[in-house]
Write a new protein. Sequence first.
Length: 395
Amino acid sequence: MLDSASWAGRLGGDTFLAQTYNRSYALFAGAADTAGLFSWDDLNRIIATQRLEPPRLRLSVDGEMVPVHRYAVPTTTRRAVTWSRILPAELHAQLKDGASLVLDSIEKIHPPIGVAAEGLEHFLGTPVQVNAYASWTEREGFGLHWDDHDVVVVQVHGSKRWRLYGATREAPTFRDVESPEKPEGDPVADIVLDPGDVLYLPRGWWHAVTADQGTESLHLTFGLVSHTGADLLHWVVDQLRSVLALRKDVPRFASLPDQSDFLAALRRELLDELADPRLVERWAESIDTTHHGHAIPSLPYVNTLPARPEIAVRLTAPRGRLVENGGHGSVTFSAAGTAWDFADSAAPVLRLLLLGQPVTLGDLAESAGLEVKEVAELVWLLVEGQTVAVVGTGL
């Protein structure tokens, strides 16, 4: 299972975070056990049973999207809802001719990949979106290009060749003042990924990818949301909205001395905030505990949670925090924008939940030496706070 601890072990843990992450590419040969993660059968089932409109599901060849009418037909239900129905024969023909198939956000509809995405999110502290890519020929689906986010690539089936050229503009972003220039010369690395291989690639690195090894290829790309200095400054400004200097109107019609005083006040407040050596730590705690997580209902339980030890629950916000309030006999649990104070006796329950894995009420009760009824009442508070969900009803 690709949970948080597994990802840390496969990518190199603290060494990866200190030396590779956001810095350079890295290849981890055979690092991923892909058994049960994703298969051709899974892909066929998803395409056959889901209404996947472009660009959620799309075909691409030579850097251009294939018009949807070439492999699907519009279908209208009796309630006047129109969607694109895939035509398998036409789909096969496009793929045979060199198109690559892309399925975005597959973690939302395939639970094993969802678990892997949440594990990586927990390890790296950033939201993760997973796309599936399938190719059959040596034609490039996207041409030479770069992404505005880091990626972790897991080869699931077959082989795929990655030519890596490095970055031509340091830390490019989606909203940027200029575009990176195309690289010249030979690639800095020419890699063939086989099943189980994992490739990490920082944002901005140009790459060209092709299935030129004589076999069909299926891989998953885990896209990591970037957090830039601009994002940090946006957060800082939000923290300063209680300060009068930031609430005042911009004095556009005032004298130059008055405008200068206004800017000086803003500068003082901003510089004071940026001078805090724990600012990044505060920001990280804030985004960890306010991210909404993954909404999962807990049906059939809508009023309360029965005290049944076999009921399984899990945290839906993978980056919550637990703080011990020394001397007060309490702990504070924060996740998905809400904070709760619990007695110290609840700490073992909350620590187990923070691991992000499904766990039964019985196991939670045993971990803390509490009655199942007490644990059920505690967990229900978190269910109502949309940070925990029932994932095994026992019914």
